[in-house]
Design a protein around this ligand. Structure first.
Ligand SMILES: NC(=O)c1ccc[n+]([C@@H]2O[C@H](COP(=O)([O-])OP(=O)(O)OC[C@H]3O[C@@H](n4cnc5c(N)ncnc54)[C@H](OP(=O)(O)O)[C@@H]3O)[C@@H](O)[C@H]2O)c1
Length: 274
């Protein structure tokens, strides 16, 4: 369960999210995350921290081949030609020969998907990335992307936390053997951490609310999460969610919170959500 089998990819279910880390904090947190046992790091061209992420990987002393590294292409750069240039620039900043996963960061309302998927396939064929996938796609967009792609897509990275019902997307990802990787997996903290369903499970299992939420994620088949923290002591807390289990009633009472349907990342360029 701590390694997701998604088509050809083997993705560590808990990764380290790096937005909005910058500068020395970013270098140190990435390095500390890897030293603490993380083997999955999430960045993006848009985060403007790929130089620091690459430096953090090197500073950790962990072999590059043992790290699952994801970066993303911003939607203004996903036309055929632009996408390849964006990936080459990311590799230059990361000082890496390849990444493990390239994602289209958001769908584009103007650039045809056929065009972007052709470019995405090319960066995989050229060995610039081991795997390809998408982010913030709706179910219909995932179906279309899969039908257009020669190489298998391995994930859709979407906002997912107990306040958002992503059950339709789980079915879509399952159908294509893709993983559903949660961004904003902790709902950015706050109110969610006070929910009785979460606090009661935390008390029973002697875990923190963050661990209960992350456990809820990874207890779903094919699901992963990339929590971010700038607080070193939280690194291990967020990673150590594989030695206990929520019971069926706890899973259900946390999932029911999804009725709130609260979305954090919703912008004027967002697609019409499922
Ligand atoms: N694909 C996309 O469009 C997209 C969009 C948004 C995010 N992302 C990715 O997803 C990652 C995670 O999302 P996110 O950072 O927006 O939200 P998040 O991981 O849900 O929440 C981060 C917040 O939770 C706090 N936190 C972390 N661990 C905690 C713990 N154990 N106890 C209490 N509070 C804790 C952090 O505080 P401290 O830092 O102070 O510890 C921070 O304020 C990003 O870093 C990025 O890599 C992708």
């Amino acid at each position: 369960m701590n390694i997701l089998d998604a088509n050809e990819a083997k993705i560590p279910a808990i990764g380290f999210g790096t937005w909005p880390l910058k500068g020395e904090t970013c270098v140190n947190m990435v390095s500390e995350a890897l030293k603490s046992g993380y083997r999955h790091i999430d960045t993006a061209a848009f985060y403007d921290n790929e130089v620091e992420v690459g430096a953090g990987i090197r500073a950790s002393g962990v072999d590059r081949d043992h790290v699952f590294l994801t970066t993303k292409v911003w939607p203004t750069d996903i036309a055929d030609g632009d996408l390849q240039r964006s990936v080459e620039a990311s590799l230059f900043r990361l000082e890496c020969e390849y990444v493990d996963l390239i994602l289209i960061h958001w769908p584009s309302p103007t650039i045809p998907l056929t065009n972007s998927i052709r470019a995405l396939n090319e960066v995989k064929s050229r060995g610039l990335t081991r795997n390809i996938g998408v982010s913030n796609f709706t179910s219909a967009m995932v179906d279309e992307a899969v039908s257009l792609s020669r190489h298998q897509l391995v994930c859709n990275q979407v906002e997912n936390h107990p306040y958002l019902d992503q059950s339709k997307m789980r079915v879509t990802c399952d159908r294509h053997n893709m993983s559903l990787i949660a961004h904003c997996p902790l709902g950015r903290g706050g109110e969610l951490f006070q929910e009785p369903a979460i606090c009661e499970a935390a008390r029973r299992l002697a875990k923190s609310p963050a661990q209960i939420i992350l456990r809820w994620h990874v207890q779903h088949e094919g699901a992963g999460a990339i929590p971010k923290t700038a607080t070193p002591v939280r690194l291990l807390e967020n990673l150590n969610v594989f030695d206990f289990e929520l019971d069926a009633a706890e899973m259900k009472s946390i999932s029911v919170l999804g009725q709130k349907n609260h979305r954090i990342c919703d912008f004027d360029f967002s697609p019409e959500w499922d």
